[in-house]
Ligand binder design. Structure first.
Ligand SMILES: [Zn+2]
Length: 157
């Protein structure tokens, strides 16, 4: 992998995974422009939510499109454009653990959940190729069940 945006592996987005019309239109525009929204040179100008924290391997921001039913929805994103966790060194795993501990403490006493898709987004249900860990806080009395899609769509949907 390279830090050079002109050498980003394609595709950058799975448009079929968009959950809202304006999200789909934005992903189409980003694809046309060759911009990865999570790469460091693009995130501050293209991701609406600010960077809350940054470390050696990862930064933390909130999801522009928080999942229904969550109290808070953070994204923990590696600085490097990778598609799988195992492309990062073990030290990145240690920092991820520390970030999760920090967020959990901030959100206490709420329960939390983490989902991280790895590999080909066409098969793992993701919408952005750049690895990102979802970290959500859950209400004690949810209005609806929080659901994560973590596979390709079955033919029946
Ligand atoms: Zn990227």
């Amino acid at each position: 992998m390279s830090d050079d945006a002109s050498e980003l592996p394609l595709p950058l987005y799975d448009i079929s995974a968009a959950r809202e019309d304006h999200q789909r239109e934005y992903m189409e525009q980003l694809t046309a422009d060759g911009i990865c929204i999570f790469c460091p040179e693009s995130v501050e100008s293209h991701h609406r939510e600010p960077i809350d924290w940054t470390g050696e391997y990862w930064y933390v921001t909130k999801n522009d499109y928080p999942y229904a039913g969550t109290v808070a929805h953070y994204l923990i994103v590696p600085h490097r454009h990778v598609t799988s966790f195992d492309e990062l060194p073990d030290e990145a795993g240690a920092e991820l653990w520390a970030i999760k501990r920090m967020l959990k403490a901030q959100l206490a006493p709420l329960a939390t959940a983490t989902v991280e898709r790895s590999g080909d987004m066409h098969f793992n249900g993701g919408s952005v190729a750049h690895l990102h860990t979802h970290f959500v806080a859950l209400p004690a009395e949810p209005e609806k069940t929080v659901r994560f899609k973590v596979s390709a769509l079955a033919p029946s949907g």
